[in-house]
Design a protein around this ligand. Structure first.
Ligand code: SF4
Length: 504
């Protein structure tokens, strides 16, 4: 970090953030008046075995949700290096939108000028001809320093101002950061709708009974789910995370909510406050789809005859698709997207042996049905899984295919185990209904068929580029400069000691 609070601030930020010192940062945030925020984050997103994110900065999740919305402006307040990384990643993923930035230095942070700068920035951005809402996000240092976004005006010129704290020391994964923003916006929209008339949602059909999906899904999946709901007299409300402000009203107006991704705790709190029943799990495979349709019918008061007719139409098609694309392989699944249990369930129903599922997300009641189904078939389900647990499970299970995050896939390939990147390959395919039933078999067969090729590659490259191994152009193992490692060890030890002293 290049800008840090001065020495007389709470000891929060110095040398901390995602590089360590979570307790110190959290203590500083509490001392600076953020206890309520920290308590709510701890309750919504309980920690697990790993305390700090092992993937990207969590704030990327909320940033992306905001950047994907029409007529919504996004401003970050945090250290320049954090903002650089976040904007770089958002543009890498095709944001094509400007990200606002309110920088700070020791003086503006300690004198409260940073808050004034933020207030000026939101006033400047709040142009009703351009925006419905402006989102301002406190990253680690401003959160730890207690920058009070809740004191900003709620509305400027008719533009809503949404301030959120998304510190890496309070929100464990970028998946849950999506919920921080989604929940804040749903809350705002719910209170607006309760207070009086609101803008009419686009494509709203009077009298249509809808189901609101929660989770970022592969684009074909909502259409497939819509086709499942139609024979039950239901249609789809706009998804959460929403794509524009008035979608929030339409989602809140649904007769029931399907928490397909099970980690949207704050969002679901708002749906419940609006009186909407919430259904967990998702329509995967034959058994999963049947159970999900039963639960939706119950939540939305669908007559039994309609439900039976819908199931009679849909389930044979899924059964047929699964029979035509059986999976015969031992597969481990790990990821941080929240759909890991559903993917494992689909693979298992298609015939795969799935000894392990690890998810970076926490255990919630909305994945209970999937967890119980998987555990009854001998699958170990690990919530808040660390990379170490995922790698250990893969080494232990010796799968034909490992689905996982980038570092896990890298490790698998080093060992000659076929592996697929969850986000790019698995999440980029339909998961639900008949389309989902057949989608995985092809890639599983293609990858497991390459096992022998992997083994040949491993033996060919044996020892090349491995830790301490010589790279291209070296004949021998490079020698460390004399004393280098020892000096580095001492420096690390001194830094750890200094941080310990700051924390006490
Ligand atoms: S905002 Fe993100 S990148 Fe910056 S210190 Fe916090 S967790 Fe790390």
């Amino acid at each position: 970090m290049d800008t840090l609070p001065p020495k007389d601030m709470p000891p929060a930020a110095e040398g901390s953030g995602c590089h360590g010192g979570r307790e110190t940062m959290e203590a500083a945030a509490r001392a600076a008046g953020k206890s309520e925020t920290m308590d709510r984050l701890a309750k919504d997103y309980p920690r697990g075995p790993h305390d700090q994110p092992q993937s990207m900065c969590p704030a990327f999740g909320s940033l992306r949700v905001g950047l994907r919305m029409r007529r919504v402006a996004t401003i970050l307040s945090g250290s320049a290096c954090c903002v650089y990384g976040l904007t770089f990643t958002s543009h890498f993923y095709g944001a094509r939108r400007t990200v606002g930035y309110v920088p700070f230095n020791s003086e503006t942070l300690v004198t409260g000028k940073l808050f004034e700068d933020i207030r000026d920035a939101v006033h400047e951005m709040a142009k009703p001809e351009d925006y419905d809402a402006v989102i301002i996000t406190n990253l680690c240092v401003p959160t730890a320093s207690g920058v009070p976004l809740e004191l900003l005006p709620k509305v400027i010129n008719g533009v809503r101002i949404i301030g959120i704290d998304v510190p890496g020391f309070g929100v464990p994964t970028h998946a849950e950061a999506k919920d921080v923003l989604s929940g804040a916006m749903l809350r705002f929209a719910r209170l607006e709708a309760e207070a009086g008339p609101v803008a009419r949602p686009r494509n709203m059909v009077e009298g249509q009974r809808t189901i609101a999906l929660v989770g970022e899904l592969f684009p074909a999946d909502p259409m497939g789910i819509g086709a499942m709901l139609a024979p039950m007299g239901l249609s789809l409300a706009p998804q959460t995370p929403a794509r524009e402000w008035r979608d929030l009203y339409a989602a809140l107006d649904a007769v029931a909510v399907a928490a397909v991704h099970p980690f949207y705790t704050a969002s679901i709190r708002e749906f419940r406050a609006a009186g909407r029943p919430v259904v967990g799990s998702g329509p995967v495979g034959v058994e999963g789809t049947a159970a999900w349709m039963d639960a939706i019918a119950k939540a939305a008061d669908v007559p039994a005859a309609m439900l039976d007719a819908a199931k009679a139409r849909l389930l044979p098609a899924i059964k047929g698709a699964m029979a035509a694309a059986p999976i015969k392989a031992r597969i481990t699944v790990s990821g941080y997207e929240g759909s890991e249990l559903l993917v494992a369930r689909l693979l298992s129903e298609a015939g795969a042996e799935v000894p392990y599922v690890g998810t970076a997300c926490p255990r919630t009641e909305w994945s209970d049905a999937d967890r119980e189904w998987l555990e009854a078939r001998g699958t170990h389900v690990q919530y808040r899984a660390s990379l170490e647990q995922d790698v250990h499970a893969m080494l232990d299970a010796k799968p034909d295919l490992a689905l996982g995050t980038t570092p896990l896939v890298q490790k698998a390939k080093e060992l000659g185990i076929p592996a697929l990147y969850f986000t790019n390959m698995v999440s980029a395919r339909p998961l639900f209904g008949p389309a989902g039933a057949g989608s995985m078999a092809g890639i599983v067969a293609a990858q497991t068929g390459g096992r022998e090729r992997f083994a040949r590659m491993v033996s060919f490259f044996d020892g090349v580029g491995t830790p301490d191994g010589a790279g291209y152009g070296f004949k021998d193992k490079p020698q460390d400069p004399p004393g280098f490692r020892e000096r580095q060890r001492k420096l690390r030890a001194a830094k750890a000691k200094a941080e310990e002293a700051v924390g006490t």
